[in-house]
Design a protein around this ligand. Structure first.
Ligand SMILES: [Zn+2]
Length: 401
């Protein structure tokens, strides 16, 4: 009998994560009319009409309720782009009042969503947008970084009720103290790099140094606590074809239409073929106080996102949050499959047994059923079975249930 641990849950080819940056208690009134218009809200307007969270649910997730979203939250008053903003804005910490706490908590408690940590203010503004310094580049020592993270996670805990388990560097930007600060403050996973950038522009510092696409688009570990590094691998605007670009290139792109989309989908096909992470990157809003549009964002990219999710609909993928991915990887890396004989095996776990679920793949022709140490029987479906990790012997029985 040939049995092995699956790389991903349920024997999937790839995990799929929708990651949305900068959900925050903030509003930029980009037309200065004192009312909320579509695309202006970052989370300040909660789930109300015209809010970005409402737009996300109604325009994108409604038809794909299986897609899971990990939101990256700047927990304090998120700064804008300029010292002297061009538009009025509101920006408050996520725990500024009971209604805000309740909004963020209800998202985090929903099984389809997770909130993760994305700094306190996101950084420091200058007189021009290009003078902006990202939060983790500001820290001049490990102590300074760690104590700011402590302040930030206190705000997060006050709003949400638990500590954030993962997060992302603001602007994917870090310095020599950053990785240690994440390791020391007990995060189990983090997003360090815009890994796709390695192919676009290898000189770009935010890409990391890994030039091998197979390892660059897979999970890694860093620090003495083996923090899991989840790569950022797909731009949510991947399938956009600009309708307003009047250059020859733009006209050709529109003429190519579906052909071009199929060609662009090769990026995702590559990740599936090599069983790598599909993490789709977005921002919650395009509105910036310097008059520019924040990209990628769910408003400009909603058709692209729908195209990506339609493409993935018949693929063998696992929709998960950052923490669900990290939990499976940790389990997979710490459980060993011990084959006793043709029909018996054990799952040895280095950590305490907590009934976490691991996936096994059978190469042999089924049907099979697995009897757990507690005598409950679980059917092997299309060669895959998801089993709670328990102490004791598992028996492989021929035939279905
Ligand atoms: Zn951000």
């Amino acid at each position: 009998m040939h049995v092995e641990l699956c790389k991903w849950y349920n024997g999937s080819d790839s995990p799929v994560l929708l990651m949305i940056d900068d959900l925050a208690n903030k509003w930029v009134d980009t037309n200065n009319n004192g009312h909320l218009d579509l695309g202006e809200d970052w989370g300040y307007f909660k789930n109300s009409e015209n809010s970005s969270f409402h737009y996300l649910n109604e325009k994108i997730l409604k038809d794909f309720p299986w897609v899971k979203v990990t939101f990256f939250v700047p927990v304090g008053a998120r700064v804008g782009m300029l010292e002297t903003p061009l538009f009025p804005k509101k920006s408050l910490p996520m725990n500024s009042d009971e209604e805000s706490r309740q909004f963020f908590r209800s998202i985090h408690d929903h099984p389809q969503f997770e909130l993760a940590y994305h700094g306190t203010t996101h950084g420091k503004v200058g007189s021009r947008a290009q003078d902006f310094i990202q939060e983790w580049s500001l820290f001049q020592s490990l102590e300074e970084a760690a104590s700011t993270i402590q302040e930030g996670t206190d705000i997060f805990r006050d709003a949400v009720g638990t500590d954030p388990r993962g997060g992302k560097y603001c602007g994917y930007t870090s310095n020599e103290y950053s990785d240690d600060s994440i390791n020391q403050t007990n995060f189990s996973w983090w997003c360090r790099y815009w890994n796709r950038g390695m192919l676009d522009d290898p000189k770009d510092a935010i890409c990391g140094q890994d030039q091998n696409p197979i390892t660059n688009f897979d999970v890694k570990r860093f620090g003495s606590h083996n923090v899991i590094d989840i790569p950022s691998t797909v731009n949510g605007g991947l399938l956009n074809i600009s309708q307003s670009d009047l250059s020859l290139k733009g006209i050709i792109k529109r003429a190519l239409g579906n052909l071009l989309i199929r060609w662009k989908l090769r990026e995702i096909k590559y990740l599936l073929n090599h069983r790598l992470v599909i993490s789709i990157q977005e921002h919650i809003a395009p509105s910036r106080d310097d008059g520019k549009r924040q990209t990628p964002n769910i408003f400009d990219d909603y058709k692209s996102l729908i195209g990506i999710f339609e493409y993935l609909a018949d693929k063998k993928v696992w929709y998960c949050t950052g923490s669900e991915l990290a939990d499976y990887v940790n389990l997979r890396d710490h459980v060993s499959l011990v084959i006793k004989d043709e029909y018996r095996f054990e799952l040895n776990h280095q950590a305490p047994y907590r009934n976490q679920v691991i996936s096994l793949a059978f190469r042999d022709q089924g049907p099979f059923t697995v009897k757990l140490p507690n005598d409950i029987q679980v059917e092997v479906v299309e060669g895959i079975v998801n089993l709670p990790v328990m102490k004791g012997e598992y028996f492989i029985l021929k035939g279905g249930i």
